[in-house]
Write a protein that binds this ligand. Sequence first.
Ligand SMILES: [Zn+2]
Ligand SMILES: [Zn+2]
Length: 814
Amino acid sequence: MPERAYDHNEIELKWQERWSRDPKLYKADADSARPKYYVLEMLPYPSGSLHIGHLRVYAIGDAVARYMWMRGYSVLHPMGWDAFGLPAENAAIQHGRHPREWTLANIAQMKRQHARMGFSYDWDLEVTTCEPEYYRWNQWFFLKMLERGLAYRKKAMVNWCPQCATVLANEQVVDGCCWRHEDTPVEQRALEQWFLKTTAYADELLRDMDQLEGGWPERVLTMQRNWIGRSEGSEIDFSLEDSGERIRVFTTRVDTIYGATCVILAPEHPLSDRLLDAEGRARAKAMLDSRAQKGPGDIEKDGYFTGHYAVNPYSRERVPVWIGNFVLMEYGTGAIMAVPAHDERDFDFCKTFGIAIRPVIRPPDGQLNENTQAAFEDDGIVERSGEFSGLPSAEARARMNQKAEREGFGKAAITYRIKDWGISRQRYWGTPIPVIHCEKCGVVPVPESDLPVVLPLDVKLTGTGRSPLADVSSFVNVPCPKCGGAARRESDTMDTFVDSSWYFYRYCDAHNSTAPFDSKKIAHWFPIDQYVGGVEHAILHLIYSRFFTKVMRDIGLITNSEPTKRMFTQGMVIKDGAKMSKSRGNVVSLDEMAERFGADAGRLFELFNAPPEKDMNWTDAGANGAYKFLSRVYGFVTRNLDRKAEGDPAADRRALRKLHQTIRKITEDFTKRWHFNTSIAALMELINVLEKEEDEDALSRAALDQIMPSLVLMLGPFAPYLAEELWEALGRTGPVFRQSWPAYDEDLAKEDAAEIVLQVNGKLRGRIFVRFGAGDEELKQAALADPKVQPFLSGKQVVKVIVVPDKLVNIVVR
Ligand SMILES: [Zn+2]
Ligand SMILES: [Zn+2]
């Protein structure tokens, strides 16, 4: 058959059409006797249309899904949409489109693009988080947490634009100003908000990371450990000199407490407001506003003396009480003791405000350093500390904690950096929080039977004023479920991270209308075997979803304690030196790319250009290179479909050796490191060898019949369209991903196998390949059993077998 030209559009559109006619093609089968494999890419935000920067995560997940099918697993590979969120609301404000209409249009567009790329999703299990059948379960989980005291209300700070007179999300704060009012600095306001008690699981979230070791990137684990931020220390009460009221501080270094020269409160500490005068209150507010504008990371230290003093419970010394902008209400107790001689941050603060610096820890082999230019932060020997003087730091801490406990002014304590999760958003496009406020009964949960609380669609979005739902009277004005009196429905919606905290459970039972899912299905599919997504989700999403899992377990819905066994974070797609993004104007649309090079070539290139965890550099030349490689594979297979050739056994052997080496290489890459770049490079080397032997007309039909199907099967996970086309051309049936992954023969793959010439009475009768150094007896038996030799032995008597190791076996017969 003559070689055909590789027409990627013809091939891909043909198979896309065929696949679309078979909606059960990638159906997950929970009843299969095969071992299960749940592979998942993070669900996308439907922001518009996909570009090639989005392609990589899906190309990785899809390659793994297809490979695991071929390895005989029953694969679950679902997809859905993280469909609530701010951009939809902004589209409404800026372009007058309803968030729902905008979102659904984007989903349709992206789904079409997914189909064009040929990804293997089970669309029966599609989850769209903005639909009431999904978000009703957000509300249900919220009620369960409320019952258990894991959801609660408290006053907390929000970003506020005085021009818009509205709350801003963190993303809407640009360089400290409102995104719509570039010159209006953002302020902080205290609002009653809902929180989920992630801190209740802080210890377990940290401890269970041991189970993730090895399966999760070390970098992600480190980020989570830092985010959770466990510190062991002490809580100690200083008492206000005038009122005797207690100020509880948290410190990890109680051994330095005789060196404490002031107490510093967070500006939003409940005591600050009472202790401060009018000027002080204004300063506290300014500190909070500037923290909102700059983030706590890079603010210059600022403080203000309250005019009050507190007493150190150990030394009975009176020290001034300050407020300081670097003290956070959410960490520890919202108050610290400053020990400038032994803490760098305290040193800077006290130096700035002229507060005394008093060293109390000396190095084990040195003296107290009186003229400090910097804090001495190490452990050492405690001095000038009354009954504790002379003790090493660790022992002093233990004894000081005992004393505090004995005398009732403190205790040993553990604190975490992780905060409770504030989920209230003064936004429209999110899950309504299912509670009702009644003047008589207080906060009343919406009864479960009344779920879902449906988000009304007829809402005016202006981007100013209070939460948009607060103005929808049919939504807000409801009778109290308890007393029946007039009441108001909560008008805040949930953070969209709630939606993504449990969506991967819903995939297992996406149409369940009586429960979030059937626990038996979760028991079958969970934990997720492989999760793939961006490292930007290393905290937040990946911590919240672990938290949800633990809560769901404690409610009795599931038995697993962790959602994901293995996590993989892919690198970014770079173009013209920067991450591909709309705002940089360096995006290449998927449609345009597919038209020019083909979905297969685009996927292949993104996997080939770099190891998947590293950033890759998109170039048209690179995509074209991938296209050319696929053309060569296409050409080789189509040219050789009906080729009849004697071939040269040595050439066959070289080609088969390369084939088995390639199978071995790609199998190892999938099993171990996912270095698909080297997998694809190995396929390229294979085609080089095949073309070379082909040029010399050296490959036999028998060898081609072994090589070509294996080549096509190996192409399957990376370039599924072309693989399917060639599979069909080879006269095979059934989808490629349902075939068995080719097995490799270790002996054939061996580079150094010896070619053994087989002779009978000195005449060449055949050749075999045997590992170097095989013993005489092994070679003799192999020669006697060889089918090409046997006809010359029949009816004869073997009188002698001469073996030349690694070279020759000569059978002498009579
Ligand atoms: Zn504004
Ligand atoms: Zn009531």
